[in-house]
Design a protein around this ligand. Structure first.
Ligand code: ADP
Ligand code: MG
Length: 696
């Protein structure tokens, strides 16, 4: 590998490159636009486009694409070459400012949740000048937002940017109240930890289920799963190490701060964590990371699985979204400070966060309500579907002392007078090795651990940002009017912590006792996506997003619709795939094996008339009984999938969850029971052991 410092960002048209390649006036113009959130003038856009083109061509690019994130949660691109014909049958390489700032993908096939009638199918994409262009596979990729001609956001980036602006606006108001006149902007930082599986291409190709749905729909439990926990943080196999090294290099070229890599709990499972960046970049980079993970795997004859639950009975994959707020003057607002004033500010942001999470539990839950996550949340391997916040013992003691107006022991002090007294030191290493919490305070950030591994991090961050903006706005409204700031602050913090203390939970989230306790506290427990999503498009959530200009009611309704549709489609595809596998592969294989067993009985009897064939007979009966069950369940599943009742999307999703999905589970259990008694050479698919240990 070449020198990391030289490789890093070599495929990114970043600020440094712009400074070198643009005129001083143009560079300044771009900077001002970003700082003030204004659109670029055509003149500036033209100069940037020209410089970008020259740079990209030098790096071997032949095409450009507006790279965007439609509501499906993946990324989309449509490549245009730079060529333009000139007389004499020759071409020029051309790229104008207009092409840079605006593109028109014929995007009628992207789901729009009804936002874009097909007769005016086209939306337009516009460069997000706060995100750097980069080169991927010979194409200059321009990170863009995607809107309809009516101005509705059709993507995930636009609302994310809106939520970041609003959060900054409200947070700056709070900073002013604390006498800070310097801060102009508050930025949300995110570090997403990404889990994934690697399997060998040869086993992948033999599994129709993985190829079509990203997960195994059948598969008996392997003799050795993750019981020994010998994989977690274990030494990395050379083939995986080679993959990880190339992955790092590819990501570094794209300016992604790939930092940590290790083996995860399940066999074949790994994790990559970048160093955190601003939320917009983190979101772009996480999309890129997922894509590059798959591409590099292919080069190593492997397949990277990003599904939340590729294998039943084995840990699934999630994404930990580390989220924090800091000022443009470098202050982390979730860091307990060393002076009373910093502490007061910290406690205010903490109180706002707790209040927001308590009030919008359902919304947060909904942002991770994707079909794959139903197999993980609450399944003893991932946080429960109940949203709560872990604070750790020390911080909880502080919160309790504020609520109760009592002393806290370590300090031997009277009631904490916020803004006057200091807090006890909150040690960072005390804050959580409790992996069972869905949302944990980890020293200077909150870690939302409910995300599925395949999903875009935009949705959860849009929700966290908007919720936080709402609470900070309420606080600023109260405090700006206060005559005695310190008194009002003390009262506000105490009242907020008292009203919302039920959301704090430091115990074991995997225990059944927590489910009961949460119910007693009145916390919601939406165990599956179909149920959760009915709590998404509600008047309260619509009001939240509208008030802060993050989604219009229509934009939000569209998202709700797309989530429901996606849920139904995914289960429908999974059900059809199962039926296909059973009818064309599994049943014929079991029949062949039954014929073999029957043949053995006949052969044995013709050799020795009174020979004991009870073992074979018992096996044959069991195979026959289970295959009848298999085919019955299969027919029933087919019937159910074909008979989805007319109704609302919520009703349809509910039907898919409680009828179709339940039918899939029955079918699977018959097939898995057959797998363990059918001769291995007859079974049509690689077993769990063969898949999980395929990368050697
Ligand atoms: P874990 O113990 O969960 O593996 P790490 O300490 O490795 O956590 O950090 C996980 C992620 O959190 C990394 O992506 C890291 O960059 C990110 N992170 C660290 N500090 C912050 C912060 N202040 N804001 C947002 N993300 C952060
Ligand atoms: Mg983590």
């Amino acid at each position: 590998m070449s020198k990391v410092t030289e490789v890093f960002g070599s495929m990114v048209f970043n600020e440094e490159v712009m400074r070198q390649r643009l005129s001083g006036a143009c560079y300044q113009g771009w900077k001002t636009c970003i700082e003030e959130g204004k659109p670029l003038t055509l003149e500036i856009a033209n100069e940037i486009a020209n410089a970008m083109k020259a740079w990209a061509i030098e790096k071997g690019a032949t095409h450009y694409t507006h790279w965007f994130q439609p509501m499906t949660g993946v990324t989309a691109e449509k490549h245009e070459s730079f060529i333009a014909p000139i007389p004499g049958g020759r071409v020029l390489m051309q790229f104008s400012g207009k092409e840079l700032v605006r593109g028109e993908p014929d995007a009628s096939s992207f789901p729009s949740g009804g936002l874009r009638a097909t007769f005016e199918a086209r939306g337009y994409t516009a460069w997000d000048p706060t995100a750097f262009a980069f080169i991927k596979d010979g194409s200059l990729c321009i990170p863009t937002v995607f809107c309809s001609y009516g101005g509705h956001a059709l993507d995930k980036k636009t609302p994310l940017l809106r939520s970041l602006d609003e959060l900054s606006r409200q947070a700056v108001r709070i900073m002013r109240l604390f006498g800070d006149t310097q801060v102009k902007k508050v930025t949300c930082h995110v570090g997403p930890e990404q889990e994934y599986f690697l399997i060998d291409r040869s086993v992948y190709e033999k599994r129709e289920d993985i190829a079509l749905t990203g997960r195994t729909l059948f598969g008996a439990k392997p003799p050795k799963g993750q019981e020994l926990e010998d994989h977690y943080y274990g030494s990395i196999k050379p083939r995986v190490a080679a993959y990880m090294a190339e992955l790092d290099e590819e990501l570094w070229k794209l300016g992604v701060l790939a930092k940590t890599k290790h083996n995860e709990v399940a066999p074949a499972q790994h994790e990559l964590a970048p160093i955190y960046t601003d939320a917009n970049t983190a979101c772009d980079h996480n999309q890129l990371t997922m894509e590059v993970m798959k591409r590099v795997a292919a080069r190593h004859n492997m397949v990277c699985l990003l599904h939340e639950k590729p294998f039943a009975g084995v840990n699934g994959s999630g994404k930990h979204n580390n989220w924090s707020l800091s000022t443009d003057t470098g202050k982390n607002l979730f860091k307990p400070g060393s002076t009373p004033s910093q502490n007061a500010r910290f406690l205010l942001f903490l109180a706002a966060f707790l209040k927001g999470v308590d009030e919008y539990q359902d919304l947060i839950r909904c942002t991770v309500a994707i079909p794959g996550n139903d197999h993980r949340l609450g399944a003893q391997e991932a946080p429960p579907a109940i949203v709560s916040v872990f604070l750790g013992d020390e911080l909880t003691a502080v919160v309790d002392s504020i609520i109760n107006g009592t002393e806290y022991v370590e300090q031997g002090k009277k009631t904490l007078n916020i803004g006057v007294d200091s807090l006890p030191q909150i040690r960072q290493d005390n804050t959580d090795r409790n992996r069972t919490s869905p949302l944990a305070f980890t020293g200077n950030k909150f870690e939302l651990r409910m995300l599925g591994s395949s999903q875009s991090i935009a949705g959860p961050n849009i929700a966290l940002n908007t919720i936080m903006a709402e609470e900070l706005q309420q606080f600023a409204d109260i405090l700006e009017k206060a005559e005695n700031f310190n008194a009002a602050l003390n009262e506000l913090i105490k009242k907020t912590l008292t009203d919302h203390q039920r959301i704090i939970f430091n115990g074991n989230g995997y225990e059944e006792a927590w489910v009961k306790e949460a119910e007693r506290r009145g916390l919601s427990n939406l165990t599956c996506a179909a149920d959760a999503l009915t709590h998404y498009y509600t008047p309260k959530n619509v009001a939240l997003f509208e008030k802060h200009g993050v989604y219009t009611a229509e934009e939000f309704a569209a998202r709700s619709e797309i989530h429901f549709e996606n849920y139904c489609k995914v289960i429908n595809i999974e059900a059809s795939t199962m039926v296909d596998m059973v009818k064309r592969d599994i049943y014929p294989a079991v029949c062949a094996f039954m014929a073999h067993v029957a043949g053995t009985i006949t052969a044995k009897k013709s050799a020795i008339a009174d020979i004991d064939c009870s073992t074979e007979e018992k096996l044959l009966r069991e195979l026959s009984r289970l295959s009848a069950e298999l085919m019955d369940s299969c027919a029933e599943l087919e019937r159910k999938s074909a008979a989805v009742p007319e109704g609302t999307l919520a009703e349809e999703a509910h039907y898919y969850r409680y009828q179709v999905f339940a039918g899939m589970e029955r079918l699977r259990s018959a097939a898995d029971a057959l797998e363990v008694i059918t001769g291995a050479s007859y079974w049509p698919y690689p077993s769990y052991s063969e898949i999980l240990y395929s990368v050697r």
